[in-house]
Design a protein around this ligand. Structure first.
Ligand SMILES: Cc1ncc(C[n+]2csc(CCOP(=O)(O)OP(=O)(O)O)c2C)c(N)n1
Ligand code: SF4
Length: 245
């Protein structure tokens, strides 16, 4: 029988700990397919975050180190500067990248570090109870934000692509989603471009991926893929926010 689908070489066969319907597994696969297609598996180094993706080092079949609490862009900067021939990427959630790691993210982008950042926005500060993500929507009640986000008390959701588009050093910023096949194809294209940019020395590239968290959204996987289209996208519109030629 002809095999039409197989596991990318850049993904290990380890079983994921992610919940059913979680977007992390899809995004892991897209990153792994891109690394395979670019033929850079032997020279790629990943940086894992805190949050649900903390175990990314167990899933990617490339060298991966761990930089807790939003420090992946700082660690990626050091690795890339010492080993400029390597392909260095960070994989971070919104709590990691846009709450505790805001400074590292903004300054790495502003300096134009030649790294690739995969930013998973699920509007949830995963792993801890009762904490709000910087991206949690106004009024959004979740398992980790039972009181919902209040504009006066908490401020509006933080829009990372829009924010980073103000930095001179950012070369490429795009927001994509993984809630349906059409969006998944676009997400892969954006992730590939973010890696290709690094290979072509274009500087800081970040792909923000809107991703499902059915467990903390208290939805079924089916409801959560619909919620992205019907609600999430209204606050976080998809598109290219910067593409420096
Ligand atoms: C004030 C504070 N500092 C640091 C931490 C450590 N910490 C645990 S999980 C996490 C981030 C989790 O959220 P996110 O990055 O959105 O990942 P997700 O699990 O949603 O994929 C952080 C920073 C914490 N819980 N609280
Ligand atoms: S809590 Fe949400 S982000 Fe974490 S693994 Fe489960 S579905 Fe994924």
């Amino acid at each position: 029988m002809k095999s039409i689908l197989s596991r990318p070489l850049s993904l290990k066969s380890n079983e994921h700990l992610y919940c059913p319907g979680c977007g992390h597994g899809i995004i892991h696969r897209l990153v792994a397919e891109v690394i395979d297609e670019l033929g850079v598996r032997e020279k790629t180094i990943g940086i894992a975050p805190v949050g649900c993706a903390v175990f990314a080092y167990d899933y990617f079949n490339v060298d991966v180190t761990e930089a807790p609490h939003g420090r992946p862009p700082a660690v990626a900067t050091g690795i890339k500067r010492v080993l400029p021939d390597r392909v260095v990427f960070t994989y971070q959630g919104d709590g990691d990248l846009a709450a505790i790691g805001t400074a590292e993210t903004v300054h790495a982008a502003n300096r134009g570090e030649n790294i690739t950042v995969i930013f998973v926005n699920n509007a949830i500060y995963g792993m801890t109870g009762g904490q709000m993500a910087p991206t949690t929507l106004l009024g959004q009640k979740t398992a980790t934000t039972p009181a919902g986000r209040d504009l006066k008390r908490d401020g509006p959701p933080l829009k990372v692509c829009e924010l980073l588009s103000q930095t001179q050093g950012a070369a490429y910023l795009e927001r994509v989603a993984v809630n349906n096949p059409k969006n998944i194809i676009k997400a892969k294209k954006a992730i590939k471009k973010a890696f290709q940019n690094q290979i072509n020395n274009k500087g800081f590239s970040l792909v923000e991926v809107l991703s499902m968290c059915p467990v903390n959204w208290a939805m079924t996987p089916n409801e959560s893929i619909k919620w992205i289209d019907e609600v999430f996208l209204k606050t976080f519109p998809l598109g290219i926010y910067k593409d420096k030629q």
